[in-house]
Design a protein. Structure first.
Length: 146
């Protein structure tokens, strides 16, 4: 059973979730950097016809990449266990399911924002964000799905 959030509940959850999301964004960056370095090393070996490669450096880089991936997976599961959806780790986007005028929509948060100030339809995504106004506040609700 998935959770619907009120605006107040989602904003309160950010106290816990925003630091975890920041960590996840940093870990994704570390993972991508390590993966890029591994690919560059492999390409150098291939282009040089099997040139010497420091096995210790290769193993250390692989271990760093794998550790970042494992910790990132843990963080994503931890964030999502709260009922929200991680939408983009490049910029740090979270969506919180809610209901507006009887339809499921998302409260949308982006790292760097102080609180949730936008919402969008399920199929609209970040580009469809609309400011939360009085009508939205009066006509949205959280609670458990039926």
């Amino acid at each position: 059973m998935s959770q619907y959030f009120t605006l107040e509940e989602a904003n309160a959850a950010l106290e816990t979730l925003a630091p975890l999301l920041r960590q996840a964004v940093a870990l994704k960056s570390a993972y991508v950097q390590s993966e890029t370095q591994l690919q560059e090393m492999a390409q150098r070996v291939a282009l040089a016809g099997g040139s010497q490669l420091s096995r210790a450096d290769w193993l250390q880089l692989r271990a760093r990449r794998d550790a970042a991936a494992a910790r990132l997976q843990e963080l994503l599961e931890q964030v999502q266990s709260h009922g929200c959806l991680v939408k983009d780790l490049d910029v740090g986007l979270l969506d919180f399911p809610t209901r507006y005028r009887g339809q499921e929509v998302y409260l949308c948060f982006r790292l760097g924002e102080e609180r949730i100030s936008y919402w969008h339809g399920v199929s609209e995504g970040f580009r469809g964000r609309k400011p939360i106004d009085g009508d939205f506040i009066a006509n949205h609700n959280g609670g458990r799905r039926q």
